[in-house]
Design a binder for this molecule. Structure first.
Ligand SMILES: NC(=O)c1ccc[n+]([C@@H]2O[C@H](COP(=O)([O-])OP(=O)(O)OC[C@H]3O[C@@H](n4cnc5c(N)ncnc54)[C@H](O)[C@@H]3O)[C@@H](O)[C@H]2O)c1
Length: 352
């Protein structure tokens, strides 16, 4: 398959997407950067050597030299842009959070079927080699059943963070707070390893900054496999860490604590006994490291389109995290324990 012609929309985190595409020249040809802010777009295009800048997203829709539109725009714009892109016959890649309601996600899935084009949500943290090795062991049934997991996302966001980008910190434009915007990666990493949630009980609070979405969260959860977990999230931690700790019958796996790359190595894997240790070592000899981060996700996207295989991150994956986050918000608001899945009758089906 010849390289996919891609246009990136949004010159914030979009600049990281551009660099990743440029590092994959056999798979992607970066055609254009689109941003409504002309000065910012020109600056990023100059710095990163992007050959064309456009200012109106709609101009991308009619172009025959664009196969894929990659949305790095604020969350409240995602649905309309995804819908327009699919209807124009483009494959779409979209930054997290994909959308702000399950009803929109389900409408999007219908649009994918109608358009026969693909939508890939971004969850680039998945592809770190530490997490990928654990996934390798889980898939080969070398971990035994999961007992407990403990996840901490302790990051820092200053008042300038919200002042600089007015869409942040507001429910109408960011659609949620620390859990939806920041810890959603950590949540996806849990479900990627262990599968979906069954019951949650949670508190969410706004304690760090004068914003109208949560910046502190405490969650207790039972997953479908019976394992239990805790997730704590804050945006008020002066020392920043991310940590995943999984306790299985045959091994304990613990990530490093680098806040924005804890899915990468090093991870510690502690086997229960010598036999387990030997089986793990032998199995990891077969582990074939692929690219990590955005490059890892984009290169797998290309391969999936080329081979007709499953996308590395699917709409269902994004839906699973959004459904969990809806349950967390509902538990906090109602003071109740919330069971999943949330049906169409549930108040959080139509908005988080
Ligand atoms: N996966 C990650 O690790 C990660 C990291 C940061 C941000 N994000 C997500 O990426 C998205 C963007 O976040 P950001 O931090 O880059 O925001 P940002 O505000 O820094 O950048 C967004 C850019 O989009 C432009 N823009 C807004 N509306 C537009 C439109 N209609 N057409 C064209 N350009 C438009 C803005 O001018 C701005 O330059 C959000 O959904 C955010 O949650 C993901």
């Amino acid at each position: 398959m010849s390289p996919l012609k891609v246009a990136v929309v949004g010159a914030g985190i979009g600049s990281q997407h551009i660099k990743a595409y440029q590092n994959l020249p056999d798979q992607f040809d970066l055609v254009a950067l689109c941003d409504i802010d002309p000065a910012k777009a020109s600056q990023v295009a100059r710095d990163l050597n992007v050959r064309e800048v456009v200012h109106d997203f709609r101009d991308l829709l009619t172009r025959t030299d664009v196969d894929v539109i990659d949305l790095c725009t604020p969350p409240y714009q995602h649905f309309d842009q995804l819908e327009s892109g699919l209807k124009a016959g483009k494959h779409m890649i979209c930054e997290k959070p994909l959308l702000g309601s399950l009803s929109e996600v389900d409408r999007l899935s219908d649009l994918v079927v109608e358009s026969k084009k693909q939508v890939m949500p971004i969850f680039q943290y998945r592809f770190g080699h530490g997490l990928q090795k654990l996934k390798h062991l889980v898939d080969r049934k070398l971990t035994g059943e999961a007992f407990v997991f403990n996840v901490d996302v302790a990051w820092w966001r200053s008042e300038e963070y919200y002042r600089d980008k007015p869409w942040r910190g507001k429910r109408s434009t960011e659609l949620g707070g620390a859990l939806l915007s920041q810890a959603i990666h950590a949540v996806d990493m849990i479900f990627y390893i262990l599968g979906p949630a069954k019951t949650v009980s949670a508190f969410t609070r706004t304690r760090v900054s004068p914003i109208d979405v949560e910046d502190c969260v405490a969650i207790a959860v039972e997953l479908g496999d019976g394992s239990l977990g805790t997730i704590s999230v804050t945006l008020g931690s002066i020392t920043q860490i991310s940590r995943h700790r999984f306790t299985f019958r045959r091994l304990t796996a613990e990530s490093n604590t680098e806040p924005y790359s804890n899915s990468r190595e090093p991870w510690s894997i502690s086997p229960v006994d010598k036999a387990s240790e030997a089986a793990i070592t032998e199995s990891l000899n077969d582990f074939k490291p692929q690219l990590e981060g955005y490059e890892g996700q984009f290169s797998r996207f290309f391969t999936a389109l080329q081979d007709g295989g499953e996308l590395p991150v699917t709409i269902d994956d994004a839906r699973r995290s959004l459904e969990f986050i809806g349950a967390v918000y509902h538990s906090n608001e109602s003071g109740e324990r919330v069971d999943l899945p949330l049906g169409r009758q549930h108040p959080k089906y139509y908005g988080l």
